[in-house]
Design a binder for this molecule. Sequence first.
Ligand code: TRP
Ligand code: ZN
Length: 880
Amino acid sequence: MRTETGQVYKLKDYRPTNFVVERIDLTFELDPKETKIVSRVILHRREGVAPDAALVFDGDELTLDSLQLDGNEIEPSLYDVTPETLTIRGLPESEPFEVTVNTTISPEANTKLMGLYRTNGAYCTQCEAEGFRRITYFYDRPDVLAVYTVTIIAAKDDVKQLLSNGNFLGGGNYDEGRHFAAWFDPHPKPSYLFALVGADLGLVEDTFTTMSDREVALKIYVEHGKEGRAGYAMDALKRSMKWDEEKFGREYDLDIFQIVAVSDFNMGAMENKGLNVFNDKYVLADPETATDADYANIEAIIAHEYFHNWTGNRITCRDWFQLCLKEGLTVYRDHAFSADQRSAAVKRIAEIRLLKAHQFPEDAGPLAHPVRPESYKEINNFYTATVYEKGSEVVRMIRTILGADDFRKGMDLYFERHDGDAATIEDFLACFAEASGRDLKQFALWYSQAGTPSVSVSTDWNEAAGTFEVTLEQSLAPTPDQSRKALMHIPLAYGLILPDGAEFDGQPDAGDAEGGVFHLTKRKQTFTFSNVPGRPVLSINRSFSAPVNIAMEQSAADLAHIARHDSDGVSRWQALNEQAMRHLVAVSKLARDGRNLSSAKELAEILIATAADESLEPAFRAQALALPAESDIAREIGSNIDPDAIHTAREAVLSEVAKSGLDVFTKLADGAPTGTYSPNATDAGLRALAGAAIAYASIAEGQPARAKAAYDKSDNMTVMSQALQILAHQFPGSSETADALGNFKARFATDPLALDKWYSIQAMAPGSDSGVRVEELLNSSDFDRTNPNRIRALIGAFSAGNPTGFNAADGTGYRMLAREVVDIDKRNPQLAARLLTAMRSWRSLEAGRQELARQALVSIREAGELSPDVGDIVDRMLAN
Ligand code: TRP
Ligand code: ZN
């Protein structure tokens, strides 16, 4: 294991390679312990590079078997090799030459799930970001694009399919008991997009006819017996392919598109050219084992990986600092796709919730970094909410500033100009600047400045003059390594809602505003509206046009006015949510100080009225009923957090809402659609609303009977897991809960993805004693310590999704996570480091917990051999 902690990579140090790769030919002889790899690379010296400059290839835990130049062994004096680098000297000055690298690796021993590894008897690869160097020595960096030919040889008995990128060349018998297959990918690609699969899997097939009438073979490989669960993924794939043609003019470019679902995977999925590899959680679904949320995730991730074919693969990143170039943009595209497939408002609400829940705390804590970082120690640690989700918001802001037409022109120019390139954020922004004639220099700060800007908003209504003034002032607090911040360009969508609920349609007399958007570019700006017929209410940052915190004194009556009348559904939710948040923050502070809690009467009234309003979409009403989570309230309070007080306060509010709305909730509780299950957005919305109503009604009744009846009656996983969660979280000691948990466990004992839900629901059951239950589950026989999904379902759900349990005042939660992180780190550093980020907000805890959290972090630091992944996270979390 590499333990050096010193190496820091910097954006400003970027240099192209000394040699240019023309082609690479790979041959794999698959074997669990001794897979032999022959890599033939054709290169030439880059123009202008000194004739004595060496060729330096990357490796990771490799050993070299032999090395040839144009077919002849290279003299030992002409090369140096370590597990991490291969340096070759004395190479031709200008002629192309061929280097042959022979390595042997053990897929079975590869527990990091990076490079070539085994999962469920299959061979599979994960090369992003730096996994290819665990297979063979190569220029393992995204700006080295090459055309790949791949030959795979394996035993016929247990390896039926031999797959790689691109188009199938041919295959057949090889030697005694073995067969082979060859693949050719005509599109030059970086090594991180290489993929290989050798497996015995079930196959689901379909075709797609592209806009220029080419037929593409679509293949999804899943475990035998699970073919029936791949239908939704296939449908989502075809819809994605069509959508990218219609919305972005992007056509698929190979004869075949394949997806392989595997059960051991570090992330969601991977966009390898023509051969996506997926965590099976994001492929497999049927009504009995998958929830509506699972279906929505599958749709989004299938789309995301498919869209990478253009934003990521055809145009890739020059270096890993530019990761958001492909990820932020592709998330933006998958959001737009899901919005088109479902209710756009409900989709946007979910995005805002997710951004605030994951990205805002990251930006406010010790792990804060710019959307495009300028330095890193371990790139695996930068696949973050900031790069992905804030990166997507930045693209969304470009569209807001430019408008739909110029945005599309900019995208077209980007595709046209940079197809085949390894590009940068500067390249990307230049396309939008050129297409629109706008200067995006100040806007570009969104890529380089970390932290969530704050905008304070004040308004002034002059009744006599009929004028309304809006004053905006921006600020941005220091973040690690950035003590001074420049002023940003913040596009804030707004509306003025008149007393009768109509929207004022006049423009401000002065100031930089257009099309319902204020452009805040200075520290402080005032916008004045004239001839306003009555006192308006300002609806600001509509649909979350900018990822900022708004500070504004707005009365409950004004928020209610927005919630009732705003023409934008997302804004109506924002106002409701703001009102709920204010109340929850206030009562949480009272609870922390041991004072009596104030009544939630007003809030309850508006929530219940919204729940009962049949003119609104059911999914929207469900979103309104979902109060800010305990972690949201903690984020809003920001410091001296007492998770128990927040829990007490939130439960009290839930109970008050539940009791005063019992009639409404009782009616809504039966509203889930009957008949054949369909994952469509309308039915999912009905189930969400009914589920919320069952939860409230159960709380009001103080009895598990209603939830138990829903559990017993349920014929799909959505309703079943909703009911199980109400039982486990609200009625933990009841016999009904024990029954349901036992029933669920028995029913899904052999279905890992369903069983993961059983673990998660229990891991998130609130209460300071829930850590005891988690310890028991950790020791249960089917707790697989090597499967990332299972680890995330228990340890991840507990530490990131159970504020009272994880933050138990005696520190047991922190110590448990520390112990598990150190243990998991020995096998899978990437996973261990990600689990540890659950502690990123530790400094905002009250003093007692803060000290215990610090001790746990220090114990990790002192645990001895840490991976660079965990070492980097723990160091940044402890740095001042
Ligand atoms: N590029 C993948 C995506 O679509 C992310 C990813 C998958 C990844 N597996 C990984 C990143 C392993 C790092 C390591 O977003
Ligand atoms: Zn991605």
